[in-house]
Design a protein around this ligand. Structure first.
Ligand code: SAM
Length: 284
């Protein structure tokens, strides 16, 4: 599916809002912005007055992932029924032509996508993430699999990648872009560090459109995931944030439009498993 950029499409880029009720009585509203970024607010009622605080997203997301890091892999596989592993493998298959090159995995977390990319026998995979606890667990996994020589992990922000222009053959992100504080900035940075002709592969949650999958999915996503997440991770906020961030994310054509406005070409989207997740590919 190719997208022709139109004014109407740009205008329609996300302005939806979504509220999560927090256990302390506050709410965590999330709103998609016209740059595709997520804005988070917390509102509280104090003495009859409504107080609204803007959440500093990067700090919020970092501490959220640091706090659930120990349970992240287990919950990932459990909540997705193991299908996340298949999605990552399928996304990596889009990179066959760059086997032997340098691959950058942005928002690498515990390195599952970087590990999947290592199967292509690249010269090197570099993973960056803002959450040190996630990276520490990723390094243990790499050592256990004997991959520490090929895959290295370092702290770094998607919006200001610590790499030279044109230094990677491919850039990949799994379940990371919807968390970026500035989605347009993150996409522009990934394009900057790619060599001309280099490939971008993004795997991200999307929302099924058709009856009855949409209804089943929304029930599971909005009710079951926050409950299981809270019970197993002990962090109710983290698993309330997950559906909020997915509900406001600019998916499908809207995400392709953001890729085009960041300067990417040959953009393509593929919906997986009734549209629960999507793979986006593009080139510099
Ligand atoms: N890619 C991994 C995977 O497939 O399981 C981890 C995905 S996890 C849902 C999202 C990760 O994005 C977290 O580890 C978080 O710290 C990271 N992250 C969020 N915002 C980021 C940013 N602006 N720059 C770099 N990493 C970021």
């Amino acid at each position: 599916m190719k997208v022709r950029l139109s004014r109407r499409l740009f205008k329609s880029i996300h302005e939806s809002a979504y509220n999560v009720n927090m256990p302390d009585g506050g709410t965590l509203p999330a709103r998609g912005t016209n740059t595709g970024a997520l804005e988070l607010f917390r509102t509280f009622r104090i003495f009859g007055l409504t107080v609204r605080l803007t959440v500093v997203q990067k700090q919020y997301v970092r501490s959220l992932f640091d706090s659930i890091a120990r349970r992240y892999d287990l919950l990932n596989h459990l909540l997705s029924g193991g299908v996340d592993t298949y999605w990552r493998r399928r996304a990596i298959n889009h990179l066959r032509p760059v086997a032997g090159g340098r691959i950058l995995d942005v928002a690498t977390g515990t390195a599952d996508f970087a590990i999947a990319a290592a199967r292509l026998a690249p010269r090197e995979v570099v993973g960056v993430d803002i959450a040190d606890e996630m990276l520490a667990l990723g390094r243990k996994k790499l050592a256990a699999r004997g991959l520490s020589g090929i895959v290295s992990l370092r702290n770094g922000e998607a919006e200001s990648l610590p790499f030279a222009e044109g230094s990677f053959d491919a850039a990949i992100v799994a379940f990371g872009v919807r968390n970026f504080e500035r989605l347009d900035g993150g996409l522009a940075e990934m394009r900057r560090v790619l060599r001309p002709g280099g490939k971008l592969v993004v795997l991200e949650f999307s929302r099924p459109r058709r009856f009855p999958f949409r209804q089943i999915y929304l029930f599971y996503f909005l009710n079951v995931i926050p409950l299981i997440g809270r019970l197993l991770s002990g962090n109710s906020e983290a698993y309330a944030y997950l559906p909020a961030s997915v509900m406001v994310f600019p998916e499908g054509d809207e995400f392709l439009a953001l890729l085009i406005s960041a300067g990417f070409t040959r953009t393509h989207a593929e919906r997986l498993t009734f549209g629960i997740a999507s793979i986006y590919t593009a080139e510099k």
